[in-house]
Design a protein around this ligand. Structure first.
Ligand code: ATP
Length: 642
């Protein structure tokens, strides 16, 4: 077997090491004793005894038993001196710990230690460290509250707590100038604000003669009719800065913030004079302060409103600041706001009329490429009650859909489709409609279309369609020749007959009747009620208003100021009117059943018919245009060819 560890063998020729003499037992005992003593010493010196601050520690210090102390975060570590060790029982530890809190630290303790000649280490520095450690969580908590709570409260305000009460207005400079050219269809409103522009441009002219120029302008009108736009245009025309803020921005959860924001806004505006302050949604803060029992709890709103009034009262003759406020609900504004010297000039910004709608469409169409067939006058006719904002959306929708169809310009069909989409919702061409439902819808719509076309008191027909849109299965559109500000009895009766035409057609041509008449019945009922209760068109009700005062009802709730007997009479009158309309419409349809059938069948074939198509069918003609099936085949061929 070979040697596993060749290197352990002594090399040849080296002298052998001398043998170690063996120790006697006594020397082993001595070594053991020494080791024991050393161990005891080490144990003694490394052992630590815990003693109380008072009276033990203070007592030992007093007696001069302590050699040194070190202040640490939560304890004092120390060492006894020889006298201390001697005085204490045998085997006591040399070191000690005193548990203490920084509150026990005081100058007196240090004096006592010093007079007892105790060596002190890490005094003040180690004393304050624990205090800081204890304060750290509180500091972190405060920082967290500040960053997450207060900054969020300011939401978008930009940071510092100091800014909390500062105004959150937006300042529009002169670079994004909007002028009267951008505002269309509200000519009277533009004329009314002309003097304000003149005052901002040329105040000396007014000072010369004297007189007080109205500083507060109240723009009143439905949403989206251009109140904000008009205010911006005033600033643009006068070439002055425009400070805008919404009423709701003033209202915070802390009382007094709104008022301080108002003061800040007015201060900044005065520094930038001449300028315009625009307060949108003034009704958010300027609501009437109701009678005692319904008010209360609105301190913040009232304080803000008062601050606005005070600021407006405090204008100097040299301050060229005009305050423009906008609201949809002038009827609920506090009279203090509309008092002379405040918002004493009110300007109506109504829904645009026929001419106005055409102008607004043209203004927004400036940015869009138009096809040769676009007729804004016609589009204006089919957009009654559309606001400026909705008309802008029509142009925009049409431009988007023309782009999606890879067209070079917007055509009339795009605009009409966009109109339908904005008012009634997107066409659901792909929605699978059951054949019997489709037939029911076709006859229902044909009923509306026939009555609409044949009654001379009704608006002319625009088009009829059975393509589902929004929540509707189909629709019949009228093309009013003018905007109506007054409704005659005959027009109202014609409206009711058109609405009932759908249900009557279902009754005469389908086995069943449907819920499709829900909206028709609802609209007919509300017009009939208005006729009786508000417009004095009932036979027995006389010229009495039974529908109350909306402004008063807003605060006190609707009040029925008539007897139960009158209520029954109103119901009877309403029923009489709707029955009459139903009867007349039924007579008309029964006399023209063949025409209605022709319209319904064509609707099933073509899905949409315009006024010309319906006229052709009523006069016994036939339609010569591609059916929906033909169009689908054409479309398929086109896709295959590509
Ligand atoms: P709200 O009461 O909801 O604040 P508003 O009356 O202030 O509405 P604006 O914000 O001025 O309405 O109008 C919205 C948009 O509609 C405008 O930016 C503008 O594009 C368009 N618009 C409204 N009215 C007109 C108008 N008369 N002429 C041109 N564009 C208009």
């Amino acid at each position: 077997m070979s040697n596993p560890n060749p290197s352990s063998r002594p090399p040849k020729g080296m002298p052998k090491p001398p043998l170690v003499p063996s120790r006697n037992p006594l020397s082993w005992m001595a070594i053991g004793l020494i080791l024991l003593l050393m161990f005891l010493t080490v144990v003694r010196t490394s052992r630590v005894e815990e003693i109380s601050f008072s009276p033990e520690f203070l007592d030992y210090v007093e007696k001069g038993y302590v050699k040194s102390v070190r202040f640490q975060s939560e304890k004092i570590t120390g060492e006894f001196n020889e006298a201390g060790l001697a005085a204490r029982p045998d085997g006591s530890a040399k070191h000690f710990d005193v548990i203490y809190t920084p509150a026990m630290y005081n100058e007196k303790l240090i004096e006592r230690l010093e007079s007892a000649k105790v060596e002190i280490r890490g005094k003040a520095q180690d004393i304050w460290l624990p205090i800081l450690w204890q304060l750290l969580p509180i500091a972190v908590l405060v920082a967290l509250i500040y960053f997450f709570f207060l900054r969020n409260l300011r939401s978008g305000g930009g940071g510092m707590l100091m800014n909390f009460g500062r105004s959150r207005h937006k300042l529009r400079g002169k670079e994004q100038k909007i002028t009267f050219d951008d505002v269309a269809g509200i000519e009277e409103a533009k004329e009314e604000v002309a003097e304000t522009i003149e005052f901002l441009k040329n105040p000396k002219k007014f000072k010369k003669i004297g007189g007080r120029i109205p500083r507060g302008l109240l723009l009143i009108g439905p949403p989206g009719c251009g109140k904000t736009l008009l205010a911006k245009a005033i600033a643009g025309e006068a070439d002055v800065p425009f400070f805008s803020i919404a009423g709701s921005d003033f209202v915070e959860m802390f009382v007094g913030v709104g008022a301080s924001r108002v003061r800040d806004l007015f201060k900044q505006a005065k520094e930038n004079s001449p300028c315009i302050i625009f307060l949108d949604e003034i009704d958010a803060i300027g609501k009437k302060r109701g009678p005692g029992f319904v008010s209360g709890g609105h301190d913040e709103r009232e304080q803000t409103l008062n601050a606005i009034l005070v600021e407006m009262d405090g204008f100097d003759t040299d301050d060229q600041v005009i305050v423009i406020a906008a609201t949809n609900r002038a009827d609920i504004l506090d009279p203090a706001l509309t008092r002379p010297g405040r918002f004493d000039r009110s300007v109506n910004v109504p829904l645009p009329d026929l001419k106005g709608r055409a102008q607004i469409l043209k203004v927004h169409a400036r940015k869009v490429k138009l096809g040769p067939d676009v007729d804004f006058e016609r589009l204006a006719r089919v957009t009654p009650m559309f606001s400026g904002a909705e008309l802008e959306a029509v142009i925009n929708e049409a431009a988007i859909s023309a782009s999606m169809a890879n067209k070079d310009f917007v055509e009339m069909t795009d605009l009409e489709e966009a109109r339908d989409k904005i008012r009634w919702g997107r066409a659901k061409k792909s929605r699978a409609v059951d054949e019997s439902d489709k037939r029911l819808t076709a006859f229902h719509e044909a009923g509306h279309a026939l009555v609409q076309s044949m009654l001379k008191d009704a608006d002319p027909l625009h088009k009829v369609s059975i393509i589902p849109r929004g929540s509707m299965g189909g629709a019949t559109f009228a093309l009013p020749e003018k905007d109506r500000h007054v409704y005659t009895r005959r027009y109202c009766m014609a409206l009711l007959q058109v609405w009932y035409g759908g249900r009557i057609a279902e009754e005469l041509f389908c086995d069943d009747i449907s819920s499709g008449a829900q909206m028709d019945i609802q609209q007919a009922t509300s017009v009939a009620r208005e006729m009786v209760m508000t417009w004095g068109m009932g036979e027995q009700m006389g010229l009495v208003n039974y529908s109350g005062d909306p402004a008063r009802d807003y605060y006190l709730g609707p009040a029925n100021e008539y007897s139960q007997k009158t209520a029954e009479l109103i119901d009877q009158e309403v029923k009489k009117i709707v029955d009459q309309a139903y009867h007349d419409a039924r007579m008309l349809i029964e006399a023209n059943k063949d025409k209605l059938e022709a319209i319904a069948k064509s609707l099933l074939k073509y899905e949409t018919l315009d006024a010309e198509d319906v006229k052709t069918l009523i006069t016994g003609g036939t339609l010569d245009k591609p059916t929906v099936g033909d169009l689908l085949v054409q479309e398929q061929k086109k896709t295959q060819a590509n």
